[in-house]
Design a binder for this molecule. Structure first.
Ligand SMILES: Cc1cc2nc3c(=O)[nH]c(=O)nc-3n(C[C@H](O)[C@H](O)[C@H](O)COP(=O)(O)OP(=O)(O)OC[C@H]3O[C@@H](n4cnc5c(N)ncnc54)[C@H](O)[C@@H]3O)c2cc1C
Ligand code: SF4
Ligand code: SF4
Length: 375
């Protein structure tokens, strides 16, 4: 293989400013010189170069001296998808595997009523994390919290180390949280780390391993993905929910998306917002994202399907299968076959097919792959 000589200037031109950048922050945590910052205000979720006294925003003094870590870590750079498929599964996907390569598809939910209750769907993700923390599988997990007392509904990355932490972080927020960034706050002793993240983030650890982008790829040893078609810009709160539905941020108790945006309030109201009213608030970083099904996670999880309180669970790797089997054996989760809800699997394939069409013709061809048969 030719030596990898691609640095920040290539990433800046081909991903950061081309529309492909999802804001996953893989490049930021990979940078060994700490010169990449991360902008997360005013709807911008992007990396930037902090060396203001060196050239322009596309220049990096370390890149000019042959540092290539940021391009190696980026899961949208050049042929990221076939390269990661090949290194994770030993082959690239067939056109029919539009939602990625997997071993098992099942429905799962936490047996512990408290974990089930706080979970967005079946509480599977929370059960996996608590089990892994309490049974010496991981030292810490990178998750998302609401800032402060939750009344601003600003989703922020953070670290979970205990059952309480996991329960505080449970549920879904539909604005962006670059959970990957919490990597920067880990302790040296944290060597086995779970990443929970949307599809874009779940391609970070395998991209880092495949392209040898430093030790984070090895430390991120458990990768739990969330199916995802988009996140919303934070302005949706004021410009739609407050302006049209009289729902200021601080009255919102819980949100969900099931064919429409559902909102429960602290004063016992329930409001439904048609998704077509939400679409104009799609975050810029999602508009070219081809990955609905968190195709490079160990375990991908979603809420689509007929059963609201179960998590649709796609097991992709041996690591994922081993962990799910342990939770089943120890009665931490209940499972049923994915075939109990064929409509959910069909819908996942349809949504994955649709999302792949977002990948632009101007970029490398592979992620545009759509199935020859089926949906
Ligand atoms: C932005 C977003 C969009 C989604 N879109 C879809 C979709 O289109 N179709 C579908 O089937 N499923 C979607 N999901 C996944 C679904 O909402 C559930 O997260 C999933 O089914 C797991 O449910 P659970 O009960 O097992 O998880 P839980 O036990 O509730 O755990 C959820 C985990 O997600 C983390 N999390 C919550 N919000 C965010 C965020 N904004 N960013 C990063 N991490 C977060 C939490 O910290 C927690 O660790 C989406 C999730 C998110 C966050
Ligand atoms: S997609 Fe992620 S890794 Fe790539 S440039 Fe954007 S933030 Fe960095
Ligand atoms: S659609 Fe979801 S997975 Fe894709 S960039 Fe947006 S947040 Fe990330």
């Amino acid at each position: 293989m030719a030596p990898w000589k691609l640095s920040w200037k290539h990433l800046y031109d081909e991903v950061v400013t081309s529309g492909l950048c999802t804001g996953c922050a893989g490049c930021v945590i990979a940078c060994p010189h700490d010169v990449l910052g991360y902008e997360d205000a005013d709807g911008v979720y992007k990396p930037f170069q902090t060396e203001s006294d060196y050239g322009g925003p596309g220049d990096c003094s370390h890149g000019d001296k042959a540092c290539t870590m940021c391009t190696r870590a980026c899961p949208r750079f050049r042929d990221w998808e076939p390269a990661i498929d090949e290194s994770m599964f030993g082959r690239t996907r067939t056109p029919d595997e539009v939602a990625g390569i997997s071993k098992d598809i099942l429905l799962a939910r936490a047996s512990d009523p408290a974990l089930h209750e706080v979970g967005q769907d079946g509480g599977l993700v929370s059960a996996l994390l608590v089990y892994a923390l309490e049974n010496d599988v991981i030292d810490a997990a990178l998750v998302s919290y609401l800032e402060g007392d939750g009344s601003t509904w600003k989703a922020i990355p953070g670290i979970a180390r205990t059952r309480d932490d996991v329960m505080r972080s449970a549920g879904s927020r539909y604005t962006y949280s670059a959970n990957t960034l919490a990597y920067m706050d880990l302790d040296k002793e944290d060597q086995r780390i779970a990443l929970v993240g949307m599809s874009c983030q779940s391609s970070v650890p395998p991209a880092m391993r495949e392209r040898k982008a430093g030790k984070a790829g090895r430390r991120l040893s458990l990768n739990i993905g969330l199916l995802c078609s988009k996140t919303f810009d934070d302005s949706i709160f004021e410009e739609l929910l407050e302006a049209k539905y009289d729902l200021p941020r601080n009255v919102i108790k819980k949100v969900n998306i099931k064919g429409r945006l559902q909102i429960w309030t602290h004063d016992d109201r329930y409001v439904e917002v048609p998704l077509k009213e939400c679409h104009p608030f799609t975050r810029e970083g999602c508009t070219m994202c081809p990955d609905f099904a968190a195709e490079h996670a160990d375990i991908s999880t979603g809420g689509i399907g007929a059963f609201d309180d179960w998590t649709l669970t796609i097991v992709r790797t041996d690591t994922g299968r081993e962990l799910v089997e342990k939770l089943e054996t120890d009665d931490w989760i209940e499972t049923r076959p994915g075939d109990d809800d064929p409509g959910a699997i069909e819908l996942m394939r349809r949504l994955a097919t649709k999302q792949r069409k977002r990948w632009p013709d101007t970029a490398v061809a592979a992620p545009a792959l759509i199935p020859v048969t089926g949906s």
